[in-house]
Design a protein around this ligand. Sequence first.
Ligand code: FES
Length: 113
Amino acid sequence: MTQQVQLQIEGDSRSFTLAVGQSLLEAAMTQGLALDHACGGVCACSTCHVKIRSGLDCFSEPSEDELDQLDEARDTGLESRLGCQARLLRQPAGGHVAITIPRWNVNAVREGH
Ligand code: FES
């Protein structure tokens, strides 16, 4: 049976889930969570940039390609990942994953830039 963990989005009170083996973008797309993905999830843009505040160590390691794309993203930090590439590998100790979608990403989606 697939293990599910709670996925918390900063500033969004709705509850989402993330399955072990699933990427953050896959979880977003199947649950109606607005996460931009201009390239369709093939690691060729950085519009799916998120910051993983909790559970980061339970995700797949970033590839060289992902790190190259993150170099192009704004407002990155140590917790930054591409939502289409960050895949949950195991259940976090706290039982949940918490992410922040950078405000400029959200604005880009809402304003259609
Ligand atoms: S959707 Fe383009 S890199 Fe993730």
